[in-house]
Design a protein around this ligand. Structure first.
Ligand SMILES: Nc1nc2c(ncn2[C@@H]2O[C@H](COP(=O)(O)OP(=O)(O)OP(=O)(O)O)[C@@H](O)[C@H]2O)c(=O)[nH]1
Ligand SMILES: [Mg+2]
Length: 412
């Protein structure tokens, strides 16, 4: 379609841009590694923090200062070719100025996110370190670790003080306990007697995980991180909700781009209404991209099969509706316009709507983990068609298509 001379160059260029955006999104999903790098003074708990994030004791931890001697990394079990790499650096101390600065810059260069780890208020030299690694567009999360050693009020006060002292550096701050100390509890037994009990609380890093996810999201990288096991394990409700939200948003973007392409394509190459449902090449491509987003990566054959299943359900459901009724309701939404563009736009809107339905139904299938659930495809398709506001989608389609037709005419 991008090579179709019937479609004006300006419109084709716009579509090409949109395709490229989606393609970039998908490429990120497939190829990009995310580097999360710790940085900070000796013994603040950098290695412990990465172990807690990974939920795996990979990095050596010890109460001795300077336990980590070399930069070390842990490759996450990759999802397809993408992965998240956790990178641990040796702690810096007050005496190794030059080497420290060099390491800081190296860490900053390779990091997508820097975790600047503290275990109390920030000192003057730590502030200088932070200034050294701070760069525009390099997200920094200041992690106040060992929160278990402080009271609630103390944490509030330390956080406020850090915030104040780092006001000029773009960063966020969060308090965590990567490796909390065991604590002694007094438990009252049924007979009224009391007993001491020692327990080690689990790491408390849920808020940090959520922050990492949000930073990646702002960087346009969330999709890559979603499938990594980084967010598996002790996943808070918030994190899980955020993952679903971001994925859905990306899914809707993909669907709309394909709707637009289909709508424009049909508007400039009107086809008989009966063929609308079956001009399925773009729908298959859309379904493949959606499947990648949901971690399933359907091949062409499977994607075509799924498209056919959905089309068949829609055809059954719509029957006559796909014919005269729908076309006339698509026409009705068009109040002004040149008569030559009238049917073209109506048909384009209809094609847009059909692809929109296919996209929504496919996305439902992927969200359910590649399954129609107990209801089967028929009920799923029926519910989705019923719950979507057909007229507002047609209206939206018409507006977008008209805008492009008008633009291409204005450009002539
Ligand atoms: N109380 C408490 N102790 C912690 C916490 N996290 C880490 N520690 C302890 O702090 C000490 C240092 O932890 P590490 O993870 O080795 O610190 P590091 O920053 O990697 O240290 P270096 O590699 O020497 O720079 C260990 O004894 C950890 O058990 C925490 O959340 N609370
Ligand atoms: Mg260490």
């Amino acid at each position: 379609m991008l090579a179709d001379p019937k479609i004006p160059t300006t419109v084709r260029n716009q579509l090409r841009d949109e395709y490229q955006n989606i393609q970039r999104l998908i490429d990120k999903l497939e190829n990009e590694q995310i580097h999360i790098v710790t940085f900070g003074k000796v013994s603040t708990g950098k290695s412990s923090l990465l172990n807690a994030i990974a939920d795996h004791p990979h990095f050596k931890v010890s109460p001795l200062h300077g336990e980590t001697k070399h930069t070390d990394h842990l490759d996450w079990p990759s999802y397809q070719q993408q992965s998240v790499v956790l990178i641990d650096t040796p702690g810096t101390d007050e005496f190794d100025g030059e080497a420290r600065e060099l390491m800081a810059q190296q860490a900053a260069k390779q990091a997508d996110i820097i975790l600047f780890v503290l275990d109390g208020d920030i000192s003057e030299s730590q502030k200088q370190q932070l200034e050294t690694i701070a760069q525009p567009n390099k997200p920094i999360i200041i992690v106040l670790n060992k929160a278990d050693l402080y009271t609630h009020d103390e944490i509030k006060r330390i956080k406020a003080s850090i915030t104040d002292k780092t006001r000029h550096i773009k960063s966020q701050i969060v308090a965590v306990s990567a490796d909390p100390r065991p604590r002694t509890l007094i438990v009252e037994l049924a007979d009224g007697s009391r007993q001491e009990k020692t327990e080690t609380p689990p790491a408390n890093i849920g808020e940090l995980k959520l922050m990492i996810l949000e930073v990646l999201d702002q960087e346009g990288k969330t999709i890559t991180a979603l499938n990594a096991s980084l967010f598996a394990g002790e996943v808070s409700d918030n994190v899980a909700r955020k993952v679903i939200e971001v994925r859905k948003e990306a899914g809707q973007k993909i669907i709309r781009t394909y709707c637009m392409a289909k709508g424009i394509g049909v508007a400039f190459n009107p086809v008989p209404v009966a063929d609308l449902l079956f001009a399925a090449g773009l729908d298959v491509a859309m379904i493949r991209q959606l499947s990648k987003l949901y971690g399933l990566s359907l091949g062409k054959v499977d994607a075509t099969k799924l498209t056919t299943t959905i089309m068949a359900q829609l055809a059954l459901l719509m029957g006559a509706v796909w014919g005269v009724n729908l076309l006339s309701s698509a026409m009705k939404t068009i109040s002004v316009g040149l008569s030559t563009t009238l049917t073209a736009t109506a048909q384009g809107s209809l094609a847009y709507y059909a692809t929109y339905l296919v996209g929504q139904i496919a996305e439902y299938y992927f969200i359910q983990g590649n399954s129609w659930g107990k209801d089967g495809p028929k009920t799923v398709a029926k519910n989705i068609v019923k719950n979507l506001d057909r007229n507002s989608i047609l209206l939206e389609a018409r507006e977008q298509i008209m805008r492009r037709i008008n633009k291409s005419e204005a450009d002539k």
